[in-house]
Structure formats: C-alpha cells, structure tokens
Design a protein around this ligand. Structure first.
Ligand SMILES: Cc1ncc(COP(=O)(O)O)c(C=O)c1O
Length: 422
C-alpha cells in the first residue's frame, strides 16, 4: 500500500520552511561588513579617485579576470548595464541582428533593442539553453552577435555553439548572470565566448546587491567597453582618463561600479567557489538518487561535475504530468516550480516585441536599416522551447541546504512519483 499523498489527506513529508535562495546574500557576514566599513572609513567611495583610494574595484576586476581566465574584467553597476555595454562594444546597432535563446532574461533583449538592433529568437534544447542546432538557419549577413544565456544555474553547450559561431565568424556573448562559478571542462563561464557578462544582483551566486562584470580577452572589445561604461570617455588600462582623441571614444553611459560594491564583491568572489561546491554537492546527490525514476528526465548538463549546482532541474513527458507532479510535491512541503515561475520571457514579451518601440518614431521596428530583418514575434513561434519549458520543473538548492533537506526532497519525490507517475 503506497503512503497516502498529502494532496489526498496524507501526512506531508515536511512542514519546515525552505532555506532562502540568495546564495551569495545569505553568506554575508563579518568579512563583507569589514570590507564596506573600510571603504567608508577611507572616505573614498568612487573607483577612479579619492582622498584615500583603496582601489577595491580594480582589485575585484583583477581577481575576477583571474578566476574566469580572461585577460580583462570590467565592473559595472548592474548586470543589465554590463549587457548594454557588451552589446554596444560588439557593434550592435541599426541594421544588425542578435540571436538570443527563447529562455533568457529581459535585459538580454533590452540591450539589443536600446541600440536599435533586432533580436532574433532561437529555440532551446534539453540544456534549457540556446540550441546550437537551431542557430544556423537564423544567421543572416546582418547577424552581429549570438547571445548564449546560461540560465537557471547551468551552462549552454558552448563548444557546439562556438563551432557554429566560429564557422560564420560571429562573436558569442555569454550571459553568465545565473550560472556564476560554473564551467565546462575547466573553462569557466565568461571565458568561452568573445565577451561575457554577469550580474551581481541579490539573487545571484555571488552578490553586491546590484552590480555586474564584463570579461573578455580582446583588447578592442575591452577598450570599447571601458568607454561605453564611462560616459564615452577613454581611460587607459589603469583606468586613468586620457584627454586626447581616441579611436574608442564614443557616446557612452554611466555604468561605473563604486568602491563599496567593489569591496563587498571582492569578499563574495572569494566565497564563490565554496558556495558553488556546496550547491553542486546537493545537485549531484539528487541527480544520482532521482534521475532514473520512470517519467523523470534530468536536464542535460554539458558538464555535470562543473555545474553551478543552483537548481535540481528535470523534465516530465507531458505538461499535464508536470502540473500534477508539481501540485502533489508542493503539498509534501517541497518548493518546486517551473523555470522562472512559469514566466518565460520570450512568450510574455512577444506583444512588447511586436508593438512597443523604443523611440517615438517606432525604432527599432520601423528603422529603414532594419527593413530586411525578420520581425515576426508571437508566443508560439518556438514550439520546442515552449514544450520544454512547460514540462520542466526545478527545486532551488541554496548552499545552506542540509542533508535532512536533501533527504526530504528524495523521500517526497519518490512518494509522489510512485502515485502520480507510477
Ligand atoms: C540572465 C540574466 N541576465 C541579466 C540580468 C540582469 O542583471 P541585473 O538585475 O543585475 O541588472 C539578470 C538578472 O536578473 C539575469 O538573470
């Protein structure tokens, strides 16, 4: 006789609340406090000069470039501005297209549209990230960049994406915001494409509350990024303003990081490997324990031993099975949800994409330079992505998860699977 499910009046596996999923934020402690106080006591919160400049942002950039394995890193005040700066550095503008996955964050598309480029949406695969096999048919002579967004903790199939991109000479931007600390075969996210970005917003694997970083090993992209992020002005490689004409000077934005974030970010970066190690440990155990249950298909991880580990993610055979399983598992006290709570950016923004311009003249949609670009957007244009996202479910795995928490997931999962999928 199987145990009665909580939805049928049985006893739930768990009633205790789930630990909060702010992987970097819940690790804040004395070190972050001391780092912030040091900057306040130095009375020098601006990165480029001050009465007693501690150069915390410089140190964060150097440490992050070392960690990721790129020649350069540039700190910004958010992941969104990191994207806007990186997209600008790549030369996106009127008459260009950028290929992006169906499952991404709205900032990826914002960055393209603000510069009057055209977002071209592509399917995802079982990694829930950009499908390398779907890119080629969307490439045109106007394609300026491909954006691989490493969503919900896990890395897109970068070797396969790079193979297609390299064949066509198109740079890849990696948005690593949701997968900081992950890697493929020792290559850390942010080092595999021409340029990478990461958000340090509160939900992320390491955090300054708000913040972002750009990584690249390309001198020209780096110099352009420096200008775009700082009002358009050129600075030299040490960050000093260069008062002369420069081929990199442009119309830029104000996206500099401040020293308080730099100081806290440096401490958090030091904690990132341990945060990821712990989340990865939870994920490996759950994948091992639950991956072979009938009707459960694990999300494909390109390198399962080097994931960021932030989520345990699987797919059901049908949307109906996913919904029934979710309702029953939640009743057992396990906080399961569809990716991004079911708000899949491309589907929910397809009205915006069709109807809302960024200027009163209707740009980028009406821009004459864009008239050859595909601009058909609707919520069912990427059926495979819709099916994958509707059938996918995930459980967040905060670093602080205990063995008891993992045991609860395993017990509840098996209990529900026996009845609902059995
Ligand atoms: C994939 C992705 N890209 C970009 C961003 C934007 O970062 P921010 O919130 O720091 O502007 C986020 C964050 O929410 C994200 O998840």
């Amino acid at each position: 006789m199987p145990e009665s499910l909580a939805i049928d009046g049985g006893t739930p596996v768990r009633t205790a609340t789930w630990p909060a999923m702010f992987p970097g934020g819940t690790e804040y402690g004395e070190e972050e406090k001391r780092a912030a106080i040091e900057v306040i006591e130095a009375q020098s919160p601006f990165r480029y000069y001050g009465t007693n400049l501690l150069k915390k942002v410089d140190q964060l950039e150097a440490a992050y470039a070392r960690y990721v394995g790129t020649r350069f890193a540039l700190a910004t005040h958010s992941g969104s501005t990191a994207l806007s700066v990186a997209i600008a550095a790549l030369g996106v503008g009127p008459g260009t297209e950028v290929i992006l996955p169906a499952f991404m964050w709205i900032a990826d598309v914002n960055a393209v549209i603000h510069l009057r480029g055209i977002p071209v949406l592509a399917e995802i695969d079982e990694t829930l990230n950009l499908d390398p096999a779907d890119i080629e048919k969307r490439i045109t002579k106007r394609t300026k960049a491909i954006v691989a967004v490493h969503m919900a903790g896990s890395v897109a199939d970068m070797p396969a994406i790079k193979a297609v991109a390299d064949k066509h000479g198109i740079p890849v931007l990696e948005d690593c915001s949701q997968a900081a600390g992950a890697s493929i075969d020792g290559h850390v996210v942010g080092s595999m494409g021409a340029i990478g970005t990461v958000s340090l917003q509160y939900n992320k694997n390491f955090t300054t509350g708000e913040g972002g970083m750009i990584t690249t090993s390309d001198d020209v992209l780096f110099r352009r990024a420096i200008c775009f992020h700082d009002g358009g002005f050129e600075r030299d490689m040490q960050g000093v303003s260069i008062p002369r004409d420069s081929p990199f000077e442009t119309w830029g934005m104000g996206a500099r990081m401040d020293e308080l974030r730099g100081a806290v970010g440096l401490v958090q970066l030091g904690k990132l490997p341990d945060i990821v190690r712990r989340m990865r440990g939870h994920q490996l155990r759950l994948r091992e324990a639950l991956g072979k249950l009938p009707g459960i298909h694990l999300r494909r991880l390109v390198d399962p031993n080097e994931d960021s580990g932030a989520y345990f993610t699987w797919l059901h055979d049908t949307t109906d099975a996913a919904e029934r399983f979710t309702t029953a598992l939640k009743a057992e006290g396990i906080p399961v949800s569809p990716p991004h709570g079911g708000i899949h950016q491309y589907r929910h923004m397809s009205n915006l994409l069709k109807n809302v311009p960024v200027t009163t003249e209707g740009c980028p949609w009406t821009c004459p330079f864009n008239k050859e670009s595909p601009m058909e957007y609707n919520a069912s244009m990427l059926p495979r992505s819709n099916s994958l996202l509707d059938r996918a479910r995930l459980i967040s795995l905060p670093p602080s998860l205990t063995e008891q928490d993992e045991d609860d997931i395993i017990r509840a999962f098996r209990k529900v699977a026996r009845v609902v999928l059995g």
